[in-house]
Design a protein around this ligand. Structure first.
Ligand code: SF4
Length: 351
């Protein structure tokens, strides 16, 4: 039998986080877990020094409870207008290409932030200050959109605390702002949050076989696809994230089959409001080295210097992207296939 997504055995906690009501609730949810006090959720040596091969166990068994200190809002303009301060970071899933911040090191299990009241208040203040959106943009024709899940997957966070429920509730009350997060999770609790159209969920999809190889610990593509109509019926705006697009021999046939399957499965009501993001894979040299220790097979798909080129990131790391010129051609081909099989699916953003 597959290991459960979460089997929390140890909680590293900042005392200030444990003292907050949300911290208390999280601790009460996992009463049997060992509690270890830490000065900072970023500095937990045991997480940094874990064995390279022991990558999945901490994701399943470890939780960190912290207080989010800075609450910045960053302009975005791609998936959202603004990136909101996150209510968590890290993830219990283990997609081999995952680039969520790994500052706490190695496997990067979930940190839940207990000062959700401050995060909610800051978000409400920021959204209210914006006033009405002056003109439509590709993010949204009417609302300011806030990305809530840049550093993790909120569907998994919803298994741990009510932070996501509170965020969805907040956006019900903000007339000019909408919450948004990308996910691979299938968490039935989300269906009871009553979003009233004010939260957009972007379900991440890719061909079945590649997801099986790369999206370790994530629900299958069939489960994710089946959840899309349910989320929409529950009141979410639902978009699709075709990301990352991982190129290999035979990709066109695989994506064509996925589009055809979606076209069969999605109800008209979902199709009417549908839009998608397309993001071609960017890989990273440091991540490649981490992955070689625990999932070398994934690297055969992700690490393709024969069709990729190096690009130094702003932070100084080496990223690999599909080669200029080729990438543009492949992206255009991808969009043509999508337009052919799902002509109602507007492309909000393609990179
Ligand atoms: S679900 Fe998202 S955050 Fe979690 S491992 Fe996969 S890519 Fe990373």
């Amino acid at each position: 039998m597959a290991a459960p997504l979460l089997d929390i055995r140890r909680i590293y906690l900042e005392p200030a986080a444990a003292a907050l009501p949300r911290g208390q609730e999280v601790l009460a949810r996992f009463p049997a877990a060992e509690r270890v006090e830490v000065a900072s959720h970023w500095r937990i040596p045991e997480l940094r020094e874990a064995e390279p091969e022991d990558y999945l166990r901490p994701k399943r068994e470890v939780l960190v409870l912290g207080v989010k200190k800075g609450l910045p809002f960053r302009p975005n303009g791609r998936s959202a207008d603004f990136i909101a301060p996150s209510s968590s970071n890290g993830c219990a899933m283990a997609c081999a290409y995952c680039y969520v911040a790994r500052r706490k090191g190695h496997a990067n299990p979930i940190t839940v932030f207990a000062n959700i009241e401050q995060i909610l208040a800051a978000t409400a203040r920021h959204a209210t200050k914006q006033g009405p959106k002056p003109e439509p943009n590709q993010v949204d024709p009417r609302d300011w959109v806030y990305d809530l899940g840049e550093n993790g997957d909120l569907s998994v966070d919803a298994l741990i605390s009510d932070n996501v429920r509170d965020l969805v509730a907040l956006f019900r009350t903000l007339p000019k702002a909408k919450g948004s997060f990308a996910t691979k999770g299938v968490t039935p609790a989300l269906l009871g949050y009553d979003p009233q159209g004010r939260t957009r969920i972007r379900m991440s999809l890719m061909p079945h076989g590649i997801a099986k190889l790369l999206d370790v610990r994530a629900p299958s593509i069939a489960e994710r696809m089946a959840f899309v109509p349910e989320l929409h019926r529950a009141g979410y705006e639902v978009h699709l994230n075709f990301s990352p697009v991982v190129l290999h021999e035979g990709w066109e046939a695989e994506w064509t089959a996925l589009f055809a399957e979606l076209d069969d499965l999605l109800p008209a009501a979902v199709k009417q409001q549908l839009a998608a993001e397309i993001i071609m894979l960017t890989h990273n040299e440091a991540l490649h080295d981490v992955n070689l220790a625990w999932h070398p097979k994934a690297e055969e798909m992700l690490w393709r210097p024969d069709i990729q080129e190096e690009k130094r990131s702003e932070a100084g790391g080496v990223n690999l992207r599909y080669r200029t010129g080729w990438k543009g051609k492949w992206l255009a081909r991808f969009q043509a296939l999508l337009a052919q099989h799902m002509p109602y699916c507007r492309v909000r953003y393609a990179f």
